[in-house]
Design a protein around this ligand. Structure first.
Ligand code: 16H
Length: 253
């Protein structure tokens, strides 16, 4: 019955929300679980290490769909002195975004689905000579406790969705993306009293996973070059930003 189900589907396949859950809650749940499974998979056949810089390793698998480059990407990194919660907080929070993003002209929230899930509309910087791209996606932040002793896993997922407030207006092209930032916090030589943990004792192990479809034809070599340059640049800049912002603040576990 409808009382037992969290969701009901209308005849045209739309989700309607029941019992206070928002209309995309099922999608959010599915995509979050897919990322948690996918991030644990071994990096073997087909993955190329395309960039290495200190603790940062950038892998990609070359994949094309109908002649369009949709290379899956996985980055692993370890950042000293910050927690997974802090990394995810600064990645998700819209107020900080334009301070570390260099690939955007604008960002705005067009709907809040719940406390942890919002829908963004973003205008991306034009990459010459291709058409300008925009994106519309739900963005969800979550904390997952694994056990009493371990620090929880934090993650953010950005996933493309259509929205009546964000119609596609040609010649603009819409990026299609499924992106996750997944973080674990490691405490080295934990002091007896958790209150004595200092930033020098903590480290965040980060995985950033991206499936991005440019949404229309772009020369393969151009996309691959832009990606190879921009993803490491993004992660370098973003993580330095978080280190800078949190340096003199109490640790956010
Ligand atoms: O994840 C990043 N930023 C998020 C917050 O702004 C948004 C992001 C996203 C992207 C697209 C659609 C939805 C959501 O998750 C950091 C992104 C860093 C981007 C590096 C550049 C990627 C270049 C890919 C090539 C695309 C082709 C463009 C035409 C040449």
């Amino acid at each position: 019955t409808i009382n037992e189900a969290t969701f009901a589907a209308t005849s045209n396949g739309e989700n309607i929300s029941v019992k206070g859950k928002h209309r995309l809650a099922n999608d959010v749940e599915r995509v979050v679980q897919e990322h948690l499974t996918y991030v644990r998979e071994e990096m073997c056949d087909g993955w190329d290490l395309i960039h290495e810089e200190g603790e940062m390793k950038v892998y990609r698998r070359e994949v094309e769909e109908n002649g369009i480059v949709v290379d899956p990407l996985k980055i692993f990194h370890a950042i000293q002195g910050v927690t997974g919660h802090e990394i995810c907080h600064y990645f998700w929070e819209y107020q900080h975004r334009m301070e570390w993003e260099t690939t955007l002209d604008s960002t705005k929230i067009i709907e809040a689905l719940d406390q942890d899930t919002v829908i963004f509309f973003q205008m991306h910087k034009r990459v010459w000579p291709t058409a300008q791209r925009d994106s519309c996606f739900w963005s969800h932040i979550r904390c997952i406790s694994n056990s009493e002793e371990d620090q929880p896993t934090w993650l953010v997922v950005n996933y493309t969705t259509p929205h009546p407030l964000a119609p596609i207006k040609p010649p603009q092209v819409r990026l299609i993306a499924n992106v996750a930032m997944i973080c674990e916090t490691i405490i080295n030589e934990p002091p007896l009293n958790p209150k004595d943990i200092k930033r020098e004792n903590i480290q965040c192990k980060l995985a950033y996973v991206a499936f991005v479809n440019p949404g229309g034809w772009v020369p393969s070599a151009a996309v691959r070059n832009v990606a190879k340059r921009e993803y490491p640049r993004f992660l370098r800049r973003f993580t330095s930003y978080v280190i800078e912002q949190t340096r003199d603040k109490p640790i956010l576990f």
